[in-house]
Design a protein around this ligand. Structure first.
Ligand SMILES: O=P(O)(O)OC[C@H]1O[C@](O)(CO)[C@@H](O)[C@@H]1O
Length: 242
């Protein structure tokens, strides 16, 4: 696990975008695993700038997102389908038929999750999997648990995640209570994992991810076993990693 120190959120976003851009330039048909939430927005903005400058071509890139809330339609502004179009896909020359997000609108969780596992495996897993990290150490929506869940599955969101994500909703009652998420095994099958984190609220999770015991109570800690994991974090998020 390599830790790259960023001065601030903007520096973290530039560094992450540079690594993703290198992947796209060196392999124009690459498979990218993408994340949602607030953290990656700056990274996506930098990728859009590079595309607009003519430095990147996404036309042959495929993408697979980590997670999606259960029960939201694809055009619900709070869905991760919508988030990805708003924050990246609608601003670059990607073929949106090659973008994939778990289908949270499918009420049959087993069918939706097993189908997602099938297509991610068929794609050969991501060449590069971008991850944020939750305040409680979750990756995707893999919440602290008693075991590392393997494949794509339906999870009950913890109160802390519901609380943390409620900032993006009109009120906390509107936050879905379940989500479909890639499992730990799916994430670990990526050839490279790039974790981005900023701010004081992530300090404990980042410390436990990088230096804590490898245990399901901090899902991100499994990344210590990944052969090619890079963490980019700012001062505040690294404040407990002295
Ligand atoms: O970047 P944020 O908004 O802190 O979210 C962190 C993580 O939480 C999730 O949004 C799930 O709650 C993940 O998709 C994301 O990586």
């Amino acid at each position: 696990m390599r830790i790259i120190h960023a001065k601030d959120y903007e520096d973290m976003s530039r560094k992450a975008a540079a690594i993703i851009a290198a992947q796209v330039v060196t392999d124009p048909t690459c498979v990218l695993g993408l994340a949602t939430g607030s953290t990656p927005i700056g990274t996506y903005q930098n990728l859009i700038k590079a595309y607009e400058a003519g430095d990147l071509d996404f036309s042959q890139v495929s993408t697979y997102n980590l997670d999606e809330y259960r029960g939201l339609s694809h055009d619900d502004p709070q869905s991760y389908h919508y988030f990805m179009k708003e924050n990246l896909f609608d601003h670059i020359n990607i073929d949106q038929a090659n973008t994939h997000v778990p289908d949270g609108s499918d009420p049959d969780a087993d069918a939706a999750c097993s189908e997602y596992d099938r297509i991610v495996e068929e794609a050969g897993y991501p060449d590069l999997q971008l991850l944020g990290i939750g305040n409680n150490g979750h990756i995707g929506f893999n919440e602290p648990d008693t075991c590392f869940s393997k494949g794509t599955h339906c999870v009950d969101l913890t109160e802390s995640t519901i609380e943390a994500n409620s900032r993006l909703f009109d009120n906390i009652d509107d936050v879905p209570r379940q989500a479909y998420t890639m499992g730990i095994q799916t994430i670990m099958n990526a050839y490279m994992v790039l974790v981005i984190a900023n701010g004081e609220k992530k300090a404990q999770a980042v410390h436990d991810m990088c230096f804590g015991p490898i245990q399901p109570s901090c899902p991100a800690s499994i990344l210590q076993l990944h052969p090619n994991c890079v963490v980019i974090a700012d001062d505040a998020a690294l404040s407990l990693c002295k």
